[in-house]
Design a binder for this molecule. Structure first.
Ligand SMILES: [Mg+2]
Length: 441
């Protein structure tokens, strides 16, 4: 056996483990297990009723087991007696195919067969709001251009410093924290890693930010668009592809510093973007952020068309620097595992088919888009994204039709639930349903 969790518990004085997993809707579920029971749990997993979570299962199904991955262990920096573990789901002695971590691992294996690994970083934006979720936490944070506002940042110093200190302790290499483009909005950045580690950290980061905000009597939300007139929460990802210690995206002879393989990969992402919205922008509320009118700060900072460019933030894909690109499509409700899995699946398709992204578009999309009426548009509602996903040959092949059908079924049920109570109109205020179901996404 790999690392022995019961031994580690003794060394680190861990009394309890959170054996956790993320379901298809990105909800973090867990069991709190005393150290005395971890030996058996590490071997056999913690038992769950799968139907009780957002996985496509039946109440008649047998037990589902979450088997913890010891490499994912994080000792809670604010409560050292607890160790957090990401898990893989098993049922009837087989991995659960339609579970997000498994879906990512499958794509990682496909990539590893080419001798490649994806490295990525995520930029999780969030708002600090009051506990009721009705307004931003700081009523003095009212500037019309509040980005990088030092005073508003420093009024939240104790909270932000606490989270950043924890990331330092955990060895994540955090390197900057700032006030973002909306009143009440912040972002904290840490080093990129391989995609599974980044996904596990992404899950833990959201849990940590929400927990520490509560400790400070506030609430943190990653909801894509919690306030109509303010910039929404993006979750941009910077990606590069590696063979051992070599970044195969890098070509210093190219104008933008990208290799042929990088352009093929990027073209794959462009090709599947409209279907991947179902993973990257998975909530009804997501479509208030995409193709949104300018906000009070002057820009929505979110894309509306499928385009790529150089160092220009008005496009879906930006090449900020040699050897990597930034995908700006995802929002705060994206499932951390499906984000990475979707990028890899689309990228592999691009490489396999040697897709060509064409020339980059070098315009300001927020002012000049009207001059380019033939660009591919991103879906304007979740229904459209799901339809694209059903019809995507590439994504169905990458994940298997059964897995995609499970996802679509659950998401369509969610839309039915919404439609029974509300109507989605972008020009109308955010609905109560969206707030109730997305504020804690
Ligand atoms: Mg940002």
């Amino acid at each position: 056996m790999a690392k022995d969790l019961s031994k580690i518990a003794k060394q680190k004085k861990i009394k309890y483990f959170l054996i956790s997993f993320v379901d298809l809707f990105g909800v973090l579920r867990s069991k709190l297990v005393p150290t005395e029971a971890i030996k058996d749990m590490q071997k056999n997993g913690a038992g769950f009723a799968g139907f009780a979570t957002w996985l496509d299962m039946s109440p008649a199904d047998s037990d589902m087991f979450a088997k913890p991955d010891p490499d994912s262990l994080i000792q809670l920096p604010w409560k050292k007696e607890i160790g957090w573990l990401a898990s893989d789901l098993w049922m009837n002695n087989k991995p659960v195919d339609a579970s997000p971590r498994e879906m990512l691992k499958k794509q990682i294996i496909r990539l590893s067969k080419k001798g490649l690994i994806l490295k990525s970083g995520v930029e999780c934006e969030y708002f600090l709001i009051n506990k009721e979720g009705t307004a931003i936490a700081d009523n003095r944070d009212v500037q019309s251009k509040p980005c990088y506002d030092q005073s508003a940042l420093m009024r939240q110093y104790e909270l932000i410093k606490e989270i950043c200190d924890y990331m330092i302790q955990l060895g994540w290499g955090p390197y900057q924290n700032d006030h973002e483009d909306a009143n009440g909005q912040f972002e904290m950045n840490w080093n990129y890693s391989d995609s599974l580690k980044t996904a596990d950290r992404h899950v833990f980061f959201k849990f940590m930010v929400k927990t520490i905000a509560e400790k400070h009597d506030l609430r943190a939300t990653f909801m894509p668009k919690p306030f109509e007139k303010l910039t929404g929460n993006g979750c941009h990802s910077h990606v590069s592809l590696w063979k051992g210690n070599t970044n195969v995206f890098l070509d210093s002879g190219d104008r933008y510093g990208l290799s042929k393989i990088a352009y093929n990969f990027l073209a794959g992402v462009l090709h599947s973007a409209e279907s991947l919205c179902a993973f990257f922008n998975p909530t009804i509320n997501s479509y208030r952020r995409i193709d949104a009118p300018p906000t009070e700060s002057g820009a929505s900072w979110s894309p509306s068309s499928v385009t790529y460019t150089g160092n220009n933030r008005t496009h879906m894909i930006r090449i900020p620097d040699a050897g990597r690109f930034e995908l700006r499509l995802m929002d705060g409700s994206t499932n951390p595992y499906l984000l990475q899995a979707g990028v890899i699946a689309a990228g592999i398709d691009g490489m396999d088919k040697k897709r060509d992204p064409g020339k980059p578009l070098l315009i300001n999309m927020y002012t000049n888009q009207k001059d380019y009426p033939n660009l591919k548009k991103l879906p304007s509602e979740l229904e459209g994204a799901l339809e694209n996903l059903v019809n995507s040959k590439e994504i169905n092949e990458a994940f298997g039709e059964k897995v995609i059908n499970s996802y679509i079924k659950l998401k369509n049920n969610e839309i039915d639930n919404f439609n029974a109570k509300e109507t989605f109109l972008k020009e109308k205020p955010i609905t109560e349903w969206e707030k109730l179901n997305t504020l804690d996404c």
